[in-house]
Design a protein around this ligand. Structure first.
Ligand code: SF4
Length: 139
């Protein structure tokens, strides 16, 4: 699945869950708590493919899934630029994580970064509309 497809599909899943919680009059704090991995893995089986394996994307005791992917992520399937003849498809706006190159393209690798999964970061960047938070991701 390409970045664009993933982004749209994830946005729809996020929107449905948030709408359900708003309907139940959940507060901002309760919504953020609901998106804690330990709850999501039980309640929202389809939200992330890793839930089927009860596996976290990062080794953190408390991992929040509200801001998967990350507002600092930047992508463009047509390319964000070129480096050593490799087309750059994604990058981190704050230069965290690493990159990996494969088949003529470079992707951002966020596996070493936990920034968007901390509850404090979610609280600071919170909006009910996931796409609004991620508005700068699609370049
Ligand atoms: S490296 Fe970290 S801050 Fe940068 S896009 Fe990835 S998860 Fe976000």
């Amino acid at each position: 699945m390409g970045y664009n497809d993933w982004f749209e599909k994830h946005s729809e899943k996020h929107k449905k869950i948030v709408a359900k919680l708003v309907e139940k009059n959940y507060s901002k704090e309760q919504i953020i708590e609901y998106f804690d991995f330990d709850n999501m893995v039980k309640m929202e089986y389809d939200f992330c493919p890793l839930y089927a394996k009860n596996k976290k994307c990062h080794d953190m005791e408390s991992l929040n899934c509200y801001l998967c992917a990350c507002p600092n992520f930047r992508f463009n399937e047509d390319g964000l630029g070129v480096y050593n003849e490799f087309k750059i498809l994604s990058k981190c706006n704050i230069h965290n994580g690493t990159e990996f190159a494969s088949k003529g393209v470079i992707h951002q690798d966020c596996s070493s970064c936990t920034v968007p999964h901390h509850k404090a970061f979610v609280e600071k960047n919170f909006d009910l509309d996931w796409k609004k938070i991620m508005k700068s991701c699609q370049v």
